[in-house]
Design a protein around this ligand. Structure first.
Ligand SMILES: Nc1ncnc2c1ncn2[C@@H]1O[C@H](COP(=O)(O)OP(=O)(O)OP(=O)(O)O)[C@@H](O)[C@H]1O
Ligand SMILES: [Mg+2]
Length: 265
């Protein structure tokens, strides 16, 4: 039957990325089916952010090919950018945005709509619904972004990405500073986006609170260690290859869980 052709959200082939003499990613290939939820895991400096930035064309790559929904990212920069929602790693975000939380989200929408456009009632409703879906408490909506707590800032940044209704949402460590209960709730919400035809790629150090929502994991340490389902990837052998001896693995209900020594605070 036509129309049943399975789509690929991201296809990375033989990717090499370097910073000067330093080879940050070496011969990375993997393919993210659409719609799906993929986690990218690996120790500090593994090249996770580098990979995400290469997919978004925020940095160039030396060799290889990246396609997003079949579009070569080098040849279709702006189309690809419009298909992807991006929540950058918090260290990379300018924290002193001098506007209210809800306006951070609204501004993203206005930028997309172009100059001279005014927000409609519907735009405002969409902003509210994005802020609700990330569980930002009401009393924080009118606070200045810079006055929010770390976890609240993170929620606003996620809302800013989803309000643009991307077909692929890439989040780089979105849960740093977010408590475990909110992590689970937001992840539950993100995985519902999959049912609406949105693929999710999430860079994370702590897979445990979200593993039930993950279809595939890319385990990385400059090279690809493994790509596959959590059960396939989270083996003691793979995790030791990625993290060295600091990893402890707990087997529970047929799945392996990693307790990783070097993870972020
Ligand atoms: N702009 C840059 N110039 C030079 N080297 C860089 C640059 N950005 C990253 N690197 C190096 O590339 C490697 C991969 O960095 P990257 O930020 O992709 O790692 P990461 O897996 O995201 O780590 P973390 O878990 O700490 O966020 C590191 O060794 C880093 O020092
Ligand atoms: Mg990073």
């Amino acid at each position: 039957m036509p129309g049943l052709r399975s789509e690929t959200a991201v296809d990375v082939r033989n990717l090499y990325v370097s910073y000067g003499d330093y080879l940050a990613l070496e011969n990375i290939s993997f393919s993210v089916p659409h719609p799906s939820v993929t986690a990218i895991m690996g120790p500090n400096g593994a090249g996770k952010t580098t990979l995400v930035r290469a997919i978004l064309r925020l940095i160039d790559f030396d060799e290889g090919e990246i396609k997003v929904f079949g579009l070569d990212v080098r040849e279709n920069e702006s189309e690809v950018r419009n298909l992807i929602g991006y929540v950058p790693q918090r260290e990379r975000v300018r924290e002193h945005i001098p506007v209210r939380a809800k306006d951070v989200v609204l501004l993203a929408k206005m930028v997309r709509l172009g100059p001279l456009s005014l927000p409609t009632k519907r735009d405002i409703e969409e902003v509210k619904s994005a802020l609700k879906s990330v569980l930002l408490p009401r009393e924080a909506w009118n606070k200045k972004f810079s006055d929010l707590s770390g976890g609240q800032k993170q929620k606003v940044l996620i809302a800013r990405a989803i309000v643009l209704k991307p077909k692929l949402l890439i989040l780089d460590e979105p849960f740093s500073g977010v408590d475990t209960v909110s992590q689970r709730e937001i992840m539950g919400f993100l995985s519902k986006l999959k049912d609406k035809g949105i693929s999710i790629i999430i860079v994370t150090h702590d897979i445990n609170p979200i593993v039930e929502h993950i279809d595939n994991i890319l385990l990385l340490n400059r090279r690809k260690i493994a790509f596959g389902t959590p059960q396939e990837v989270l083996t003691k052998e793979n995790l030791s290859k990625a993290y060295g001896i600091s990893v402890k693995v707990i087997v529970h209900g047929g799945a392996c869980y990693a307790i990783i020594g070097d993870r972020h605070a």
